[in-house]
Design a binder for this molecule. Structure first.
Ligand code: 3BY
Ligand code: FES
Ligand code: FE
Length: 427
C-alpha cells in the first residue's frame, strides 16, 4: 500500500511515530500537519481520560457545559439526583446538535429541531407522535464515560476507557480531599486561544526552564528551581533553593497536622493515564499565587487550619495541570481546536461562601496566572512559528526538561496503542 494511503498499510504518520527519537523534540509534522492532528484527536483525545471541568462548574441540577473535542461534542450535566453525567451532544432523532452554548442550565434537554426531549440523565421523555411500536427507551442519549476524582471531572470518549483510572484516583484523591473542591465556587474563568499546536502548549507546561526569564509574576512564589536535580541547580538559584528547603520544613509540619499527603508520585509515562502529583512549598508568604505569596481569598478551603500549605500540583496527561492552595484552587484544561489552535481554559475556585470584594479581590486572585498564561501563549506561538519553518530540526531536551520528554514518550506510547487497537479490531 502506498505511503499515506491509510488502511492498515504503513503510512507516513506510522513512520513518524516509529522513528521518534527519545530526548529530542518531535519532527515538524507532529505539530503542523492536519493529518496528524486528526490522528491526535482519535488516538489521544478520543481514547484517553480528558480533564474537562470541576464539579463547581455545574453546581445545581440541570447545570451543563458543552465540550467540543474535534468533531465530537459532549454535554456534561448534573442530573436531578445530583449525579454528573456526560452524553454525546447529538439528538437520537436525526442527529442535530442539542445544546449550543458553552454552558447554561436546563430542566430537560430539548432538541431545537423537532423538540425531542431528554432528561438530564439522558432518557428520552417525549418525541411527539411516532409510529405504533416506537420505544422511547431505545433512544436515550448516547452516554460518555465520566469519572469525578476529588471534585475534578474527567471524560473518556472511548467505549473502552483506560481502566488504570481507578488506581490513579486512589493515589490522587487524598491530595485533593482537604481542599474540598465540592465546597468551592467559580470566582473567575478565562478562555485563551493560542495559535499553537496543543502539544507545544503541554510541553511548555511540563518544564520550568523558561520560568526564571519568562515569568516574573509566577516566580514571586513558584520556585524556579522546579525540575532541577539538587546537584544541577545553577549557582544563581542557590539562594532560592535554600529558601525552598526552609519552606518545605514548615510545609511538611503543616501538612502532617492537617493530614495532607505531600510526597511526589510521578508516573508520567509507561501507563495509559500518566500523572504526577506533589505538594510543594511556595516562595514569599508561602500561601498562594499572589505577588507576595499571601492568600488571595480570606476563607480557608475545607477544614484546613492554615494558609501556609504551598501548592498541591497535579498533572494528568494529555491535557491538564492544576494547583490547590489553602485559599483557592486553579484548574487548567486544554482542548485542541486545530493543528495550530489550542484552547486553554483556566478556572479559579474559592470557598463557596467567600464574597467577592469582601473576602477576595478578583484582580489579586487572577493576576499571576493571567500574566503567566499570556507569557506562555507567546512562547507557544513563537514555538509554533519556528517549527513551521522548513529550517526546523528537532533539538535536545535538557535534564530539567525530563517531564517534557515524559509527555512526548507518553504521547507516542498512546498513538502506538491506538494503532494496535485499530489493527486488532480490523482482524
Ligand atoms: O505545572 C505548572 O503549572 C508549572 C508552572 C510552571 C511550569 N510548570 C511546571
Ligand atoms: Fe432532534 Fe429532530 S433532530 S428532534
Ligand atoms: Fe510557563
Amino acid at each position: 500500500m502506498a505511503a499515506g494511503s491509510g488502511g492498515h498499510g504503513r503510512t507516513d504518520i506510522d513512520r513518524l511515530i516509529d522513528e521518534r527519537v527519545p530526548g529530542y523534540s518531535l519532527a515538524a509534522p507532529f505539530y503542523i500537519s492536519p493529518e496528524l492532528f486528526a490522528r491526535d484527536i482519535e488516538g489521544i483525545f478520543a481514547s484517553t481520560w480528558i480533564f474537562v471541568a470541576s464539579v463547581a462548574e455545574v453546581p445545581e441540577a440541570g447545570d451543563y457545559l458543552t465540550i467540543d473535542i474535534g468533531a465530537y461534542s459532549v454535554i456534561v450535566i448534573r442530573d436531578d439526583d445530583g449525579e454528573i453525567r456526560a452524553h454525546h451532544n447529538v439528538c437520537r432523532h436525526r442527529g442535530t446538535r442539542l445544546l449550543n452554548d458553552l454552558s447554561g442550565s436546563v430542566g430537560n434537554i430539548v432538541c431545537g429541531y423537532h423538540q425531542w426531549t431528554y432528561t438530564p440523565s439522558g432518557e428520552l421523555v417525549s418525541a411527539g407522535v411516532q409510529a405504533p411500536g416506537f420505544d422511547r427507551t431505545c433512544f436515550s442519549l448516547r452516554s460518555v464515560n465520566l469519572r469525578v476524582i476529588g471534585g475534578l471531572i474527567f471524560i473518556c470518549l472511548s467505549p473502552n476507557p483506560p481502566d488504570d483510572i481507578d488506581e490513579v484516583a486512589e493515589v490522587i484523591e487524598p491530595y485533593l480531599a482537604g481542599h474540598d473542591i465540592a465546597g468551592t465556587k467559580v470566582a473567575a474563568q478565562s478562555d485563551l486561544i493560542e495559535d499553537s499546536n496543543w502539544k507545544l502548549v503541554m510541553e511548555n507546561n511540563r518544564e520550568c526552564y523558561h520560568c526564571e526569564a519568562g515569568h516574573p509574576e509566577l516566580t514571586c512564589t513558584f520556585f524556579p528551581t522546579y525540575g532541577y536535580e539538587p546537584d544541577e541547580i545553577p549557582k544563581r538559584l542557590q539562594p532560592a533553593y535554600q529558601r525552598y528547603l526552609d519552606a518545605e520544613d514548615q510545609l511538611h509540619a503543616n501538612c502532617d497536622r492537617n493530614g495532607l499527603p505531600y510526597a511526589l508520585v510521578e508516573e508520567l509515562s509507561g501507563r495509559p493515564t500518566g500523572f504526577r502529583i506533589e505538594r510543594a512549598a511556595l516562595d514569599g508568604k508561602g500561601e498562594s499565587y499572589t505577588m507576595d505569596g499571601s492568600a488571595a481569598s480570606a476563607k480557608l478551603l475545607g477544614n484546613l487550619d492554615t494558609f501556609v500549605l504551598g501548592r498541591a500540583s497535579l498533572h494528568v496527561q494529555p491535557n491538564m495541570w492544576f494547583h490547590a492552595m489553602g485559599d483557592h484552587v486553579v484548574t487548567f484544561s486544554l482542548l485542541p481546536l486545530a493543528e495550530d489552535k489550542t484552547l486553554v481554559r483556566t478556572t479559579w475556585l474559592v470557598h463557596a461562601d467567600a464574597e467577592e470584594g469582601v473576602g477576595y479581590d478578583l484582580d489579586n486572585l487572577t493576576t499571576v496566572w493571567i500574566k503567566t498564561n499570556e507569557q506562555d501563549a507567546t512562547f507557544c506561538e513563537r514555538g509554533h512559528l519556528g517549527i513551521s519553518s522548513p529550517a526546523y530540526v528537532p533539538g535536545p531536551y535538557a535534564p530539567t526538561e525530563s517531564q517534557v520528554d515524559d509527555f512526548v514518550t507518553w504521547y507516542i506510547e498512546r498513538l502506538k496503542a491506538h494503532r494496535d487497537e485499530l489493527v486488532s479490531r480490523a482482524w
